[in-house]
Design a protein around this ligand. Sequence first.
Ligand SMILES: NC(=O)c1ccc[n+]([C@@H]2O[C@H](COP(=O)([O-])OP(=O)(O)OC[C@H]3O[C@@H](n4cnc5c(N)ncnc54)[C@H](O)[C@@H]3O)[C@@H](O)[C@H]2O)c1
Length: 333
Amino acid sequence: MTTTIPTGDHRRLTTPFHARTTAAEIVDGVDLSGRRIVVTGGASGIGAETVRALAAAGAEVTIATRDPALAEPLLRELAAVPGAGAVRAAALDLADLSSVAAFAREWRGPLDVLVANAGIMALPTRRITLEGWELQLATNHLGHFALATWLHGSLREAGSARLVVVSSGAHLLSPFDFDDPQFERRPYDPWTAYAQSKTADVLFAVGAGRWASDGITANALAPGWIHTRLSRHLDEETMRALGAMDDDGNLVEPPHYKSPAQGAATSVLLAASPLVAGVTGRYFEDNQEAAIARGDEEMPSGVAAYALDPEAGDRLWEYATAALHDSGAGPAR
Ligand SMILES: NC(=O)c1ccc[n+]([C@@H]2O[C@H](COP(=O)([O-])OP(=O)(O)OC[C@H]3O[C@@H](n4cnc5c(N)ncnc54)[C@H](O)[C@@H]3O)[C@@H](O)[C@H]2O)c1
């Protein structure tokens, strides 16, 4: 049975894992053969580590990536892993709805897990898609919303599918601004745009509670801090302020940073662990369900109550549905 949990006023779900558990350790002993999984942005960073662990446990994985050629080394690597499931790459540009529609149109049969992992962070200037959507919101949320919506039939067909949404602790920096989500009236701010899109990621998992009757569960997560290409838009001053770069411009790893394999663990937990079967509408970090953020921690952690608000989840769902409708795009099967 699945349940939607409103604002964290339930007993938090705990697991035997810890912040440094790797993605492979999460699925140690779990047989995923026969499971069909899509990982967006699966050719690099946290996504690639998510693919490695899920495929090694036997799952059939599709790496959804803008440039499938970039996934070639990972495909070759996994083809040589004994017992790994079949892995392929398919083109998907989340900021281009015709590409999302084509991906959904070409998908055949059930889909057991969709890991909405791809993302961009802190674009210095406001950029928009063909639909006029601000690029971080388009990539991090609206593109994934379109993908999940257009694959809903395949998720339902799987019987007990999981939607896993990779959010960020940065969601604590901003609620979703329903009055001006596209920064048309307020000044554009790179971090506010990122934070809002990551709040949208959590609200997406909350709003997806409506799919529980189809056996579909949805949860969001923060992977932690990991050196990846995500920080490519940050200048050196910001990197130094984050403690992630020394005075000579070399990357450094502060103690709270994780390896990519550790960063992918919570995605893999939510995608594949039997420990979270039937759990929906919640937010995890460090392989545990997060507490509501108090806001006075030195290192921000936990989940904002506004991100778990079921009314906001419904409102965002309506907003995204209308945005998609107005775009006129769709897979036209
Ligand atoms: N690295 C961190 O410290 C950190 C912290 C919190 C959250 N996250 C989240 O983790 C997720 C993965 O990021 P990462 O750190 O592995 O960075 P990354 O840059 O290595 O991976 C992001 C992936 O998304 C893909 N992508 C970007 N735009 C796309 C588009 N329009 N269509 C399809 N794919 C697109 C990129 O090609 C890349 O493969 C992101 O959602 C990010 O917000 C990362």
